[in-house]
Structure formats: C-alpha cells, structure tokens
Design a protein around this ligand. Structure first.
Ligand code: HEC
Ligand code: HEC
Length: 479
C-alpha cells in the first residue's frame, strides 16, 4: 500500500519534471530564436525584408495596438504619419519582421527610401521604390511611440487584453510576453527616449526629412544633446546607383564609396547597434540599388517644348548635373552654391574621423571626410524628388528657377498630390494646408537661399527647361 503510494508519487513527480523540462526548453528555445521573415520577390524584399534591425524593435503585436491604446497620439493611425499599408500585409512598407521569441519589427532601407504620389486627391497612391518618402514623419512616429509606451495606460494587463482580443495566444506566448517581451519594451523605450532627448534642442524635422547627422553623432558618442547643431536633410532618391558609382555621395559629397555610404545608411536604420546588421543581406541591397530603375514622368510631356529646353540645360546645368559634366558627383563649396550651410558645416572633421573608426568583422568605414560643400547630383527622376535641395526648402522646380528672394517663405509638405505645372508636390492651398506640415524657411537649417543657376532665364526658356527636366529618366535623356 505504502509502496504503491510512493510509486504513484514518484512517477507523478517525474511527469511534472518532464513537463516542466519540455516547457522550460520551449521557453528557452523561444528566447534564442532569430528567424527573419524572408521574401523571394526582390520588390517585396526591398519593401519588407530584414537587414537585422529588429533587436531594437517593438513586438509586432504591440506595434499594432498602440494607436488603440493612445488614440489621441495617433489620430488617423500610422497612415497619418506617412506609413503605407498594402493589402494583405501586417506591417507598412519599410518595416521588417523577425521571430525573436515574439515577432518583432525593424526598420529597413524602404523606411526612408520608398515614396508615393497621387494624380489627384481622389486617385490611389502610387508607390515608387527608391523615391524619397515625402509623407513620412519619422521623428513624430518615434516620439509618439515613446510617449505611448511610457504612458500610464501601457500596463501589462491592458496591453495583453488588447493583444489577446486580436490574436489567440498559447500559454508560452503569454508567459513570454508578460515576463520578457513587455518589460523589455519598457526598458528599450526608456533608453531610446533618453537618446532622443536631443530632439528637444532643435526645430522639428517635419515629414520627409531626417537629421541623419545628429543620429550619426549619437551612434558615435558625440553627444548631440550638448549643443543645438542642425543636420536635417531631405531624403535623397536611391535608384540608378550604377550611374553614381564614381561619384561622391551623401548630400555633402562626404564619401567616394558606394558601399560605405550604404553601410552608414544601414547604421541609421539600426538605432545604434550596427553590429547586429545582416552583412550578407546588405550586400544584396548594394547590388540591387545599382540598377533600380528611375521612374518615368507619369504625366504628358510636350516633347517639342522639351527639345527647346535641352540646349538651355546644356548651357546652364549640364556641367554640374549631367553624367558627362566636368563637375558632377563632387562637392561644390557652400560659398559658391550659396544654400543653407548647416548640414555641411556639421559634418565636422571630428565626425568624419569618428565615422572612419566604425567597423565590424565584415565591413568598415574609412573614407568619410569633411567637404564644406554640397554634392552636384544627377537629376534622374528629379520630378519625384521634390521638395528640392538638400534640406527640401524649395517646393518645386519652377521655384528653384525663381530668384531666392521671391521663393515661398512658407509652404506645406507631406501632401503627395502631384503638381505637374510647377513640377513638385502641391504645396499651398487649403488641401495641402489641411494634410501637410508647415515648412518655414526662417527656421534654422531650413534656409531656401542660393542655387541661383537659371533664375535669370527668360520665362520661355524656364518653361522649356522644366519640360526637359521631366524627361530625366537616367537612360536616354533625349526628348
Ligand atoms: C532612417 C532613415 C534611413 C534609412 C533607414 C536608410 N536611409 Fe539611406 N539615407 C537617409 C538619409 C537622410 C540620407 C542622406 C544623408 C545625408 O547626406 O545627409 C541617405 C542617403 C542614402 C544614400 C545616398 C544617396 C545619395 O545620392 O547621396 C544611399 C545610396 C542610401 N541612403 C541607401 C540606403 C540603404 C541601402 C539603406 C538600407 C541599408 C538605407 N539607405 C537606409 C535615410 C535613411
Ligand atoms: C556650379 C554647379 C551647378 C550648376 C551650374 C547647377 N547646379 Fe543644380 N545643384 C548644384 C548643387 C551643388 C546642388 C546641391 C545644393 C544643395 O542641396 O544645397 C544642386 C541641386 C540641384 C537640384 C536639387 C536636387 C534635389 O535632389 O533636390 C536641382 C533640381 C538642380 N540643382 C537643378 C539645376 C538646374 C536646372 C540647373 C541649371 C539651370 C542647375 N541645377 C545648375 C550645383 C549646380
């Protein structure tokens, strides 16, 4: 009797131990997973693929519920901050996913290098790969996420209730969320919000722009929080990199190396932990961007007029902007081009030297330098790259060809309806005002002065030149 009781007890204990062992192992295995969602199709891979940045990312399920948890911080949801959701996708273009015990999101190159336009307010958005995302207010997105996660409403119970209302969770899922993932979200968010303290000492970036320079200073421990230097830039286009292989890149022409420039870009996505980047995957981006096509101008073009614009372009612009130009792909001193100095002044010798120490066991940065100028860029796909200049301070091509004192001092960004008359996005009027963000050229870093080339042309020549510029598609530029 006593013997069989003991046997029952022993076998019961063994069962419990075995069950705990299995659960323990399953738990352990979950926390050591790192399995990215991969895409075979190259377009999907660019839009949603992982470059290894999810270590700093939110769990996908937490990302999903934040606008519900803090509705006043996300009026209009993530779309209103410029993120684009495609049918059938759980995350917007520009976010990757990786199973790290729970699935987490990360930024990729498409976060900052996929844009949209519409023909009219009623027409659907066209997604263009490699185009600057005029609508994305990345800074506001980072701020709102930080505020919501650190809000008193963000409790384990409230978050779990919202997640479980959407997704059935297993016992292990629940345990991983409660014990590991959610505490980690709080810790990481506090850390990020502290790092982003430098935002408060500078004007807001606004949509379609990013202070890459100060993020880099942050990564290099050059404490951007101790001063108020501004390095805010418009997102550049990244198509047709083959044509730029021998050009100096970045807005200030600070590196001659395509690869180093792409690694610096990836650092921006990684939120500081560039050692986590997937070095093999980055090689794919290097290669793929070489031949990413330039988008053709999507509206009718008056070809006869464009033909008249070609000699004007050859005479006034080609030297600095054509593939065969003598001065293309190098820095023009800021004193000569006359545009806002802040970005180029703030890539200092100190920042260049610190950048040139960045390395992992797979790649290194060695060739950054201070230039004191801005790059003479190819104008391929220029129709899709507005607002113009490194700081996005001039709304359209017509204004770029207008003397600086007559350019708009205030206009609205982030409205992606196209303006084929002035060539750029609609940047004034009630609709642009309602949907857009007020860009004030009087604010530090936003100056719209300089680049006076062609501003003295006759109206007829300007019209013809603008028509010609619509046809800059990186291939046969002949109208
Ligand atoms: C958080 C936003 C962000 C992410 C993510 C990002 N970039 Fe960029 N990228 C920028 C900004 C801003 C610049 C311009 C920096 C400057 O010169 O001040 C830039 C510049 C570039 C340029 C140089 C363009 C030129 O003509 O000089 C290339 C090429 C590029 N990025 C590729 C990539 C690739 C490849 C990735 C992914 C591995 C990536 N970027 C991820 C914001 C980003
Ligand atoms: C002396 C060299 C030079 C000449 C000549 C020149 N540019 Fe530029 N251009 C530049 C530089 C440098 C920049 C970058 C300035 C900046 O971003 O601050 C630039 C920028 C631009 C941009 C903005 C690119 C973007 O992605 O936002 C456009 C458009 C442009 N130029 C068109 C023209 C046209 C049209 C002409 C002829 C009427 C012309 N440029 C003549 C040097 C030149």
């Amino acid at each position: 009797m006593a013997g069989s009781k003991i046997r029952v007890l022993v076998s019961g204990a063994l069962l419990v131990a075995a069950a705990l062992g299995a659960a323990g192992y399953a738990y352990y295995e979950r926390l050591h997973r790192s399995i990215p969602v991969v895409y075979a199709d190259p377009v999907e891979r660019f839009k949603y693929g992982s470059i290894g940045t999810e270590g700093f990312g939110l769990p996908t399920y937490v990302f999903e519920i934040l606008p519900e948890l803090c509705p006043e911080k996300f009026p209009g949801g993530y779309e209103a901050l410029g993120w684009n959701f495609e049918p059938g996708q759980t995350v917007p273009i520009g976010l990757s996913r990786r199973d790290m015990g729970v699935e987490r999101i990360g930024f990729n190159c498409a976060t900052c290098h996929v844009g949209t336009y519409r023909e009219s307010p009623a027409s659907p958005r066209h997604v263009v790969l490699g185009m600057p995302p005029q609508n994305l207010d990345f800074q506001k997105f980072l701020r709102r996420m930080g505020e919501c996660v650190l809000d008193p409403r963000f409790t384990t119970e409230a978050v779990m209730a919202k997640i479980e209302a959407r997704h059935p969770l297993s016992a292990i899922d629940k345990a991983v969320f409660r014990k590991i993932a959610l505490p980690e979200v709080l810790g990481l968010t506090k850390y990020q919000v502290e790092k982003h303290e430098f935002f408060s000492r500078r004007p807001d970036f606004g949509p379609g722009r990013f202070d890459a320079l100060n993020f880099i200073r942050l990564d290099l421990d050059l404490n951007p929080g101790k001063d108020d230097k501004v390095g805010v830039v418009d997102y550049p286009s990244v198509w047709n990199q083959k044509a730029r292989e021998h050009h100096y890149a970045q807005w200030d022409a600070s590196t001659p190396s395509v690869k180093e420039r792409n690694r610096l870009a990836a650092m921006l996505a990684a939120g500081g932990d560039y050692h986590a980047l997937d070095a093999d995957e980055l090689l794919w981006y290097d290669e793929w961007l070489l031949t990413l096509p330039v988008p053709a101008y999507p509206f009718p073009v008056d070809r006869a007029l464009a033909r008249k614009g070609e000699p004007v372009y050859q005479q006034r612009c080609a030297d600095c902007h054509s593939a065969t130009g003598r001065r293309v792909g190098v820095a023009t001193p800021v004193e000569e081009v006359g545009t806002d100095r802040n970005r180029t002044d703030n890539l200092t010798i100190e920042v260049g030297a610190a950048l040139n120490k960045v390395h992992t066991d797979r790649w290194a940065i060695t060739q950054f330098r201070k230039t004191g100028g801005y790059a003479t860029v190819l104008l391929d796909g220029i129709w899709a790259r507005g607002p113009y200049l490194h700081n996005g301070s001039v709304p359209n091509l017509r204004e770029l060809l207008t003397p600086p004192e007559k350019r708009s001092k205030v206009f609205y960004r982030a409205y992606d309806v196209y303006d084929p008359v002035n060539v750029g996005f609609v940047s004034s009027g009630p609709e642009a005002e309602a949907a857009g963000w007020k860009f004030d050229t009087a604010v530090k870093g936003n100056g719209n002065e300089g680049h006076v080339y062609g501003t003295d042309l006759s109206d007829a020549d300007k019209l013809a030149l603008i028509e010609f510029l619509k046809l800059q598609d990186g291939s046969a530029v002949k109208p």
